[in-house]
Design a protein around this ligand. Structure first.
Ligand code: GDP
Length: 362
């Protein structure tokens, strides 16, 4: 089946799972995202990866090429993965603490030498509370003394090529991580030993720098999504859109805009919206839906192009009046054929839930 995650004209039956990368500062979140984007580009399919606002869509065909023998695209019918781009951004931590329905699945990055750190624990708390399935990327295996890197290879082959003492050094560190996960109440194991990823957390040793183990990470993510998220991904992508605000930013020529991730339905350029606000829900009308120009680097990109509609799952910048009080982590809903009061009530209910969670955190 041909599913293009960015195709906004055709209704595909399964949407792209949204992947968040979490973890302690400097443990390698940005490097990992850059590696995934970079490898996908060098696979010669640059045109197939799409840069969204705040996220990157990697289609199944590209994942298949990156994962080599580990993934047969025939085994999957999810269209690919949408990676949220801003792991270290402060609004992302607001968003995480608000615990909104942002990610369907997560990667917790842990430096194999540094082990668990405060933001690792924080990430696990959030994932536990939101019941988000996740895997652990045991990063920086290349820093183990004596490690001989083999770029972009599956990790087991790469590990077997290391001297015995290097292999046992890695194993020791991984067992320590598995022990720390167990102290946090998560049963975990080397990913290749995990039979049931619903009961056990898979630990994927890798290097975001050399790319070793990245094929494995993508394979496990795809497998987990396919197995456990398929029902959730079966959305009506033509229905009224629902999303989460990632950021509220001023954009020259557009005033206050919101960057949002759309996880359900479609937002059209003429839709009425309800957006969660500081005081009360904001009722407004889309003035423009904006995407980065194709192949532009998101973090330096200033030029946007207007699009007619955006279907889940995707990132989008929304220009609309009265967005000054919009909040990162708040819901965005399309009104379309429903009474606006009903949608306001929905947004209020969702915000109330968010506030309860924030209060529980103290
Ligand atoms: P973030 O704060 O979690 O986004 O971490 P970064 O991706 O910025 O990485 C922090 C530092 O660790 C940078 O200097 C990276 O180059 C380095 N780093 C990240 N991953 C690896 C890895 O797999 N191996 C090595 N040797 N260094 C890494």
């Amino acid at each position: 089946a041909e599913h293009t995650p960015t195709d906004t004209t055709e209704s595909s039956s399964l949407r792209t799972p949204i992947v968040a990368v979490l973890g302690h500062v400097d443990h390698g979140k940005t490097t990992l995202l850059d590696k995934i984007r970079g490898s996908a580009v060098t696979e010669g399919e640059a045109g197939a990866i799409t840069q969204h606002i705040g996220s990157t869509a990697v289609p199944l065909s590209v994942i298949g090429e990156m994962a080599g023998d580990l993934v047969d695209p025939e085994d999957f019918d999810l269209p690919g993965l949408l990676f949220i781009d801003t792991p270290g951004h402060h609004s992302f931590s607001t968003l995480r603490s608000r615990g909104g329905a942002l990610a369907d699945i997560a990667i917790v990055v842990v430096d194999v030498t540094d082990g668990f750190q405060p933001q690792t624990e924080e990430a696990l708390d959030i994932l536990r509370r939101t019941q988000t399935p996740f895997i652990v990327a045991a990063n920086k295996v290349d820093t183990i003394p004596g490690w001989n890197p083999t770029d972009d290879q599956p990790i087991q082959a790469s590990k077997e090529r290391q001297p015995d003492r290097v292999q046992s050094d890695l194993d020791e560190r991984l067992y320590e991580l598995i022990g720390q996960l167990s102290d946090e109440g998560f049963s975990a194991d080397f990913y290749w030993r995990v039979q049931n990823f619903q009961n056990n957390i898979g630990v994927v040793p890798l290097s975001a720098m050399t790319g070793e183990g990245v094929p494995d990470l993508l394979t496990v993510l795809m497998g987990l999504s396919q197995r456990y998220l398929k029902e959730e991904m079966a959305v009506d992508v033509t229905g009224p859109g629902a999303g989460t605000v990632l950021e509220v930013t001023d954009e020259r020529g557009f005033g206050t805009t919101i960057d949002a991730v759309v996880y359900d339905g479609t937002i059209r350029a003429d839709d009425q919206l309800v957006v969660g606000g500081l005081e009360e829900p904001i009722v407004t009308e889309v003035r423009a839906l904006l995407q980065p120009r194709p192949l532009a680097e998101i973090r330096t990109e200033k030029e946007f192009e207007k699009v007619d509609s955006v279907a889940a799952a995707a990132g989008v910048k929304i220009a609309a009046p009265d967005l000054d009080d919009a909040m990162a982590g708040a819901p965005v809903r399309v009104v379309r054929d429903r009474p606006v009061e009903e949608v306001i009530a929905e947004v209020e209910a969702e915000l109330a839930e968010v506030e309860v969670q924030t209060a529980e955190e103290g």
